[in-house]
Ligand binder design. Structure first.
Ligand code: IVH
Length: 710
């Protein structure tokens, strides 16, 4: 309940406002809706709509106020920046008020921003302005104050003027220096803004632990970070592995109390100083861009890289680099005019769970799949989402008819973040797990079973044949034997026709019958035949992986293939033979041994061998020969920028053959950096460190040629 009204009331209004034009008569209602969402987000830590939708509502309000300035009100969310204060922490005033950022969503917003800055600074339209473009970290704002080189205070953003004092908790965050040598730069007191966040891997570990302890899960890393900053036990905060990235100096005075922030010429310089003084900054993930076109290009490239980053970002922040120009631009009540947030496309949306379909996987696992009302997420329509297993459904208390928050980050498979139980009407239904095989539970009922140590329900030996079908689909897929032209739908068709029952039948198809099928011509039949024939000589790691042996993934298949001459060798392996291989554990060993111990599987292998499938180790299966005499031997290496003469993967493999090992970041531990075209911050950082050997792509290739690797 907010202001005496249930969440449903605000949710329905939000939907209406998001989908339709808003009448000016509804301006106060819109403000109320926005205030409600701010309360849910900041106070309750339990947002009901996505950030993206909130921003759209906020923008609509801004537009109405712009069109009808007479309706501006002093308590509108657009002037009273939202608050994140909670009871129990003393309130402190910031040294300089923290405004919000104006949001933008597309290229034309960025171009308008650049034009407006030129107008405000009296610069010609064709001037090329320098912008520092940084990730917009999706965590919780933190404001640090250092006096006489010592961290004296830390606070949350609060309402921008005042925040909650969280100094003790902040001292537990390892990336916040307790002391920093500001005085060497004539700085007596300084205020630094940054973002406290939790890296993706740490966040997943925290939620996993909470799941095991039967505690409620955090909806996302942002909520976890903001909750962690306010924990009552500062020691516990250490376990939360918070990181602070500092992105702005907002106040800076010398011993006489004079403002010396103006002494810096650029924003970039201020961040470089923080980096030098031991702060974690945005330097390695940001770019100093020349002109708005470079800004657009960088924002686009970061949007595609978003899911690969170790931390969550929800957009980029574009900052005019020149501090004297920033001053000319000034600020509105809500945001500085020299900075802009560029928000990435929505990764979350709210949809309704319509029904559940139970699917049978290649190991016989029963996977519940949610069928939702279709929604668009980062350009893709989503309507099916795996719910993994029964525990997942029970832990998240997901019901049929629920409104659910759906998320899809980059290329990552969509998932359900949570169900919005506040919006239930009473019509929702608990999801019942089937007792019998969901595919064929009428003719011969096959009872599902569950082992004690696993969350999944299984159906094996069932007449439905789904397990064999799924194994065949995986066998031909890119991950398996990679048979081009033989995809899921064709496998299904051949299976329905009764032509293939297990994977060995794929190599004994009757091509005359295929040719007679609708849609097949001479050429396409020939192509399919060639693709299947070619697959017979695949390296054995592909073959091993394609057999769908539990726990035997791609990496383990490659490791096994390195050690055997013939697939049959594995039939005689002991547990020790397996576990002697680094990175192969007991579960792979047991699973492969079980598989090889089954008469049915041995018969299958025989059929496959008779059909001409290769069982012998190929050159591709053999381990990469490491050259221990080369100058690369034992060194760490990193490739940066665009390589023109070979792709990066090939270059990395060559480096490994020469005895080097690839690492992913520039640090003192890096020995060699190979720079391609447009190398950016990594090169700069390596030069600063000074001990790293830097090669051009040409030099690297020359050295590879000299060592006989090319
Ligand atoms: S600059 C006038 N830079 O975005 C405000 N903010 O400001 C200057 N944020 O919650 C903010 N990454 O904590 C700036 N690289 C970055 C940022 C960033 C994340 C957050 C900030 C605040 C929100 C809007």
């Amino acid at each position: 309940m907010y202001q005496g009204k249930p969440d449903n009331y605000y949710f329905d209004l939000s939907k209406q406002f998001l989908e339709n034009a808003i009448s000016v008569n509804d301006i106060e209602l819109l403000r109320d809706v926005i205030r409600f969402h701010e309360w849910k987000y900041y106070i309750k830590n339990n947002p009901l709509i996505t950030d993206y939708d909130y921003d759209i509502l906020f923008k609509k309000l801004q537009q109405l106020e712009k069109d009808y300035p007479e309706l501006l009100s002093s308590d509108s969310p657009t002037v009273r920046v939202s608050t994140d204060q909670v009871e129990g922490f003393p309130t402190v005033s910031h040294l300089s008020p923290m405004l919000s950022l104006e949001n933008s969503y597309n290229e034309s917003d960025l171009i308008d921003f650049d034009k407006q800055i030129k107008k405000l600074t009296n610069l010609p339209e064709d001037a090329l302005l320098k912008y520092d473009v940084e990730p917009k970290y999706d965590g919780s704002t933190i404001v640090l104050v250092y006096e006489n080189d010592v961290l004296v205070r830390a606070a949350t953003r609060g309402n921008g003027l005042e925040g909650d004092e969280i100094t003790q908790n902040t001292k537990m965050i390892m990336s916040v220096p307790l002391k920093a040598d500001f005085s060497s730069y004539g700085i007596h007191k300084v205020e630094i803004r940054g973002e406290a966040m939790i890296f993706k891997k740490d966040f997943n570990a925290i939620n996993e632990k909470r799941l095991n302890n039967n505690e409620s899960l955090f909806a996302n890393a942002r909520n976890a970070a903001s909750g962690s900053l306010r924990m009552k036990d500062p020691v516990e905060i250490r376990n939360r592995k918070l990181t602070v990235v500092s992105y702005q100096i907002s106040y800076c005075i010398d011993k006489n109390g004079d403002d010396i922030l103006k002494n810096f010429e650029t924003h970039y310089e201020t961040i470089e100083l923080l980096e030098k003084l031991g702060f974690k900054t945005s330097l390695s993930s940001s770019k100093l861009c020349n002109g708005i076109n470079e800004v657009i290009e960088f924002c686009d490239s970061m949007a595609t890289k978003r899911s690969e980053l170790d931390f969550e970002i929800d957009g980029m922040v574009i900052k005019l680099n020149d501090i004297s120009l920033q001053e000319l631009c000034g600020s509105t009540l809500h945001h500085p005019r020299w900075a802009l947030a560029y928000k990435f496309q929505a990764l979350q949306a709210v949809s309704t769970l319509e029904r559940i379909e139970f699917q049978v996987g290649k190991f016989g696992t029963i996977t519940p799949v949610a069928k939702i009302t279709p929604v668009q997420l980062s350009g893709v329509q989503i309507q099916s989402i795996s719910l993994h297993n029964e525990d997942f459904i029970r832990n998240k208390d997901i019901r049929i008819g629920d409104k659910v928050i759906v998320e899809r980050a980059g290329e990552v498979i969509p998932y359900i973040v949570k169900s919005l139980s506040e919006l239930r009407t009473g019509e929702e239904k608990i999801i019942e797990f089937p007792e019998f095989c969901p595919i064929n539970n009428t003719i011969v009922q096959s009872k599902l079973y569950k082992s004690d140590d696993e969350a999944a329900w299984y159906c094996t030996n069932c007449v439905c044949g789904q397990v064999s079908l799924q194994k065949m689909i995986f066998h031909v897929s890119k991950e398996g034997m990679n048979i081009e032209g033989l995809g899921e739908s064709l496998v299904k068709k051949f299976w329905e026709l009764g032509w293939i029952v297990d994977i060995s039948d794929i190599y004994n198809l009757d091509y005359d019958m295929i040719y007679a099928l609708e849609g097949f011509k001479e050429k396409s039949t020939e192509n399919l035949k060639n693709a299947i024939e070619n697959a017979k000589s695949n390296p054995i790691w592909r073959f091993l992986h394609s057999l769908s042996i539990k726990h035997l993934g791609k990496k383990a298949s490659k490791l096994l293939a390195q050690k055997i001459d013939n697939v049959w060798d594995l039939a005689n392996w002991t547990e020790e033979d397996f576990t002697n291989i680094k990175d192969i554990g007991g579960s792979v060993a047991k699973s492969v041994m079980d598989w090889m111990g089954s008469d049915e599987n041995i018969a299958l292998l025989k059929k496959l061998e008779q059909s001409g499938v290769n069982f012998l180790q190929t050159d591709e299966d053999k381990p990469i020969q490491v050259n221990t005499n080369s100058e690369f031997s034992g060194k760490s290496i990193l490739f940066t920028g665009t390589l023109n003469q070979m792709n990066r993967k090939v270059a990395q493999e060559l480096a490994e053959k020469a005895g080097a090992h690839n690492i992913s970041a520039v640090s003192k531990n890096l020995n060699i950096l190979v720079v391609g075209e447009k190398a950016g911050s990594k090169l700069k950082k390596a030069q600063e460190i000074g001990t790293i050997e830097i090669f051009s792509e040409d030099i690297f290739i020359e050295k590879m040629k000299k060592s006989g690797l090319l």
